[in-house]
Design a protein around this ligand. Structure first.
Ligand SMILES: [Cu+2]
Length: 60
């Protein structure tokens, strides 16, 4: 399981660029988690702040 924790004062999203998951928006102090069912590396971009990009390795 991968958990994203928003420690920023602003809301963010972490939708996978390949559509594998979509967090929707989660606000300050909130978190969102995704349970991987297969391994891989997934890039994601915050829809609210498109300059915020990252990639995440998923492992079962
Ligand atoms: Cu953001």
């Amino acid at each position: 399981m991968v958990v994203w924790i928003n420690e920023d004062p602003f809301p963010h999203t972490v939708p996978a660029s390949n559509g594998r998951f979509d967090s929707k928006t989660f606000g300050s102090g909130k978190s969102w988690k995704y349970t991987a069912r297969r391994d891989g590396v997934v890039p994601y971009i915050c829809t609210l702040h498109p300059n915020q990009r990252a990639r995440r390795a998923l492992a079962m």
